[in-house]
Design a binder for this molecule. Structure first.
Ligand SMILES: Cc1cc2nc3c(=O)[nH]c(=O)nc-3n(C[C@H](O)[C@H](O)[C@H](O)COP(=O)(O)OP(=O)(O)OC[C@H]3O[C@@H](n4cnc5c(N)ncnc54)[C@H](O)[C@@H]3O)c2cc1C
Length: 372
């Protein structure tokens, strides 16, 4: 398989933007109308998911271990949609048809066989992980909302009791489906470390016009039954927990996975030193500061630095989160975990690399959007 050729071809196809997923899903539903019901009525957000997954796969095709972990997670995660072996074949055929269509005269027999081989590997890893998972866990969990607390005009904190127990690692996320938005699943990170019989904490930021965040922050009272997918994500401390000191950088509700990691560390006999930067545009966006400051008062290893980017009345650190982090010290000896809006995590990662932090010491959970 010629990886460089695949990448070049993918870049060429991706230039066609939204037309690519539009063509893919039209082809899939035309040839297999029976799969249409697995998808939401409005396909707008779904289309982006396909491209995001492909971008991630193509970008990681050289690092087999990372790609395998990602694909296994994707395979397990697709169980909640009712995906079975035939669907993988149907998707593979439509994917090839899409790549062929947008490659135009550049499409060759070699490209077809390279893409087919790549998709065979992708499908096999996903199917194997899904099959293995069937014996271990349900395809989805029932999640009963125990409490809903509005912390600011656009952020709610939900506590949700899963049934049966949901095992996960601090820093991971699950997809959530609200009963008022059937078949629309969005990822949200647990904000607490796992404890038997404890509800999961979620921090949900309302997105203007956002289908699921709107449902979760506005019409989800205690007693509402959600569906939760299996835990995904690799923004975790790993085992053993790193000995290096830790830098956590959270933009808005990017705090959730990093608070879970902090919560995990509170259980260690001798946690490393932790600096947690929590950034928002305005002071009222620091929706969980009270609880973070309480944690910092209880644990001398934890320093919390609240930061706002555009609120001159704020008396603490001001400026963009990457700037504030960069001017706060030498992080080259730290293990760094970043979560939140795409631009913020990318800019922070770039600044850290420029300041001498090795790329394998930087761990990212990109929420897949940027501030307007
Ligand atoms: C691994 C992972 C973990 C995540 N964890 C969390 C979490 O803990 N808390 C949390 O609040 N979110 C989290 N997100 C983001 C979340 O999954 C949704 O993307 C977000 O809630 C918007 O979904 P929606 O259905 O409301 O909006 P959609 O209907 O999907 O989007 C509506 C419109 O808003 C745009 N848009 C989507 N999100 C944003 C945004 N944040 N800012 C500006 N425009 C946006 C879209 O491009 C689209 O045009 C996470 C995402 C990922 C990938």
């Amino acid at each position: 398989m010629d990886v460089a050729r695949l990448r070049k071809n993918f870049a060429q196809v991706a230039e066609h933007g939204d037309e690519v997923p539009l063509f893919f899903y039209s082809d899939l539903f035309l040839k297999h109308p029976e799969v249409r019901d697995m998808f939401p009525i409005s396909m707008e957000a779904q289309r982006g998911h396909l491209v995001d997954a492909l971008v991630k796969i193509v970008a990681n095709v050289d690092s087999a271990a990372d790609l395998t972990v990602f694909l296994q997670g994707l395979g397990r995660d697709h169980r909640k949609f009712g995906a079975v072996a035939e669907h993988y074949e149907a998707v593979g055929a439509s994917l090839l048809a899409t790549l062929e269509y947008f490659s135009g005269p550049d499409w060759t027999a070699d490209l077809r066989s390279d893409w087919a081989a790549a998709y065979d590997v992708i499908g096999a890893v996903m199917r194997a992980a899904a099959q293995e998972d069937e014996a271990l866990r349900p395809a989805w969990w029932r999640g009963t909302v125990v409490s809903h607390e509005r912390r600011s005009f656009d952020v709610s904190v939900l506590h949700v009791q899963p049934e049966p127990q949901l095992d996960y690692l601090a820093g991971q996320s699950v997809a959530i489906e609200s009963p008022s938005r059937p078949r629309l699943w969005r990822y949200y990170s647990m904000a607490n470390a796992p404890r038997p019989d404890s509800p999961l904490e979620f921090h949900i930021r309302l997105i203007d016009g956002g289908a699921v965040s709107m449902a979760l922050t506005s019409s989800t009272a205690a007693g509402t039954e959600l569906r939760l997918g299996p835990p995904v994500g690799v923004l975790t401390l790993g085992q053993p927990v790193p000995e290096r000191d830790i830098l956590l950088v959270a933009g808005s509700t990017g705090l959730a996975p990093l608070k879970a990691i902090t919560d995990q560390l509170t259980a260690l006999p001798q946690p490393p030193k932790v600096h947690l930067f929590f950034g928002a545009r305005k002071a009222d966006g620091l929706y969980d500061l009270d609880s973070l400051e309480k944690l910092a008062a209880e644990h001398s290893w934890l320093t919390v630095v609240p930061t706002v980017s555009s609120d001159p009345r704020f008396s603490g650190e001001t400026g963009s989160l990457p700037d504030v982090v960069a001017r706060h010290g030498d992080w080259s000896g730290h293990e760094a975990y970043l979560a939140g809006p795409t631009q913020m995590v990318q800019d922070t990662a770039d600044r850290l690399v420029a300041a001498g932090v090795a790329t394998d010491q930087i761990h990212i959970e990109d929420f897949g959007w940027s501030e307007p």
